[in-house]
Design a binder for this molecule. Structure first.
Ligand SMILES: Nc1ncnc2c1ncn2[C@@H]1O[C@H](COP(=O)(O)OP(=O)(O)OP(=O)(O)O)[C@@H](O)[C@H]1O
Length: 370
């Protein structure tokens, strides 16, 4: 499908310099609710004929906002982290397929696959990802969240199709900031966000003053899905979603409902659906999860957001202990050569170390924390 066009004003996100560039789109790689994502390379318009195209990049196109600033662009411009998709360039350009309407183009680094593709790939062979891969991927999501949440940025649409991975290097990046918002303390936000299967219980009951802990619920669902091969809570409609959660956690209690939304008058699924204890139910649902993985999931999939583990507590959890051993290498599914994942997992900036505080000694590899 290669399409080439010249754009007069392309801004480099890093240098802030705007100049004309050629864009060459080679394939469509994603289709979202509002736009498309394609694979592309870029070249300076002033470049000589034999100068190389650079990339590949992923270009996300969504209709340009006329009245408001684009939150997605604002947030991507504000962030720079190994586990958050990086914005390289951006520009507005008319879309021929939509009567010449102006579209915002976000030129981002490109990764070969989503975590959803990876989970499905194993599931098709009746397998799940290796536990070491689940550890490496979950750690990086928690690390990306630790960074985002430190600025109050809530992603609000955590799900496996919004997590990009490179199966060769095991690098992971959170993408799609189309629903993200910088939350302000005690200020209301819409509760009708987040894809159904991954919605935190407080959102389901209509909570409007929620916190970044809604993303942590999503992370719990994603980790659980890596162990199950399919989404953990598959509600047939928004309220039945709460029923699915109740089957594992029990009914939501009065305190949780009151704290989330005192006016909630929907179903609360109070009739008992089981007699077994919580840890027994978790081990029945996540049959392939190890005891430390179950302990982590039980710390995350918790009704009250304030009782859910925080990103830094997740990174400090015993589940990730094997990664801290410098001798422990991980073999990607794409090769037989084990790789040292320590340099991708623990290259914390001074800013991140400041956010981790005293928890850092429990997170860093044994050689670095001494
Ligand atoms: N940087 C990237 N590298 C590679 N693929 C990407 C990248 N960004 C997005 N994609 C692909 O495009 C898909 C859609 O992207 P994104 O989620 O940002 O768009 P969206 O319009 O918000 O989609 P949705 O409505 O499904 O949330 C992703 O699931 C992924 O497959």
């Amino acid at each position: 499908m290669a399409v080439e066009f010249l754009v007069e004003e392309v801004t480099n996100n890093h240098t802030n310099v705007t100049k004309p560039m050629y864009i060459r789109e080679t394939a469509k790689i994603g289709e979202g609710a509002f736009g498309t994502v394609s694979l592309a390379t870029l070249k300076n318009a002033s470049a000589s004929k034999d100068e190389r195209w650079f990339g590949p990049f992923a270009i996300k196109k969504v209709p340009a906002q006329t009245e408001y600033k684009s939150r997605e662009l604002e947030i991507l411009r504000q962030t720079s982290h190994p586990n958050v998709i990086g914005l390289k360039f951006f520009f507005n350009y008319p879309n021929n397929e939509d009567r010449g309407k102006l579209y915002q183009h976000l030129v981002m680094e490109s990764l070969p696959c989503t975590l959803q593709n990876e989970i499905k790939r194993y599931h098709a062979s009746k397998l799940i990802l290796q536990e070491s891969h689940i550890q490496v991927y979950s750690f990086q999501i928690a690390r990306g969240m630790n960074y985002l949440h430190s600025f109050g940025i809530c992603h609000r649409d955590i799900k496996p199709s919004n997590i990009l991975i490179n199966p060769e290097t095991l690098v992971l990046k959170i993408c799609d900031f189309g629903s993200a918002k910088q939350l302000e303390y005690n200020q209301p936000s819409v509760s009708y966000i987040c894809s159904r299967y991954y919605r935190a219980p407080e959102l389901i009951v209509g909570c409007q003053i929620y916190t970044t802990q809604i993303d942590i619920w999503g992370l719990g669902c994603v980790i659980g899905e890596m162990f199950m091969g399919s989404p953990v809570f598959q509600g047939q409609d928004p309220l039945l979603q709460l029923r699915e959660i109740s089957k594992l956690l029990g009914a939501p209690d009065k305190t949780f409902l009151f704290e989330s939304n005192p006016n909630y008058n929907g179903p609360t699924y109070t009739h008992k659906m089981f007699t077994s204890r919580l840890n027994h139910r978790f081990s029945k649902v996540f049959v392939l999860a190890s005891p430390t993985a179950l302990d982590l999931l039980m710390g995350i999939l918790v009704y009250r957001p304030q009782d859910r583990l925080k990103p830094r507590q997740i990174m400090a959890h015993e589940f990730f202990q094997p990664l801290r051993d410098p001798k422990n290498k991980v073999t990607p599914r794409t090769s037989n050569e084990p790789i040292n994942v320590q340099n991708i997992l623990y290259n914390f900036s001074d800013y991140e170390l400041g956010v981790l505080g005293s928890e850092a000694s429990k997170i860093l590899p044994l050689s670095l924390s001494e």
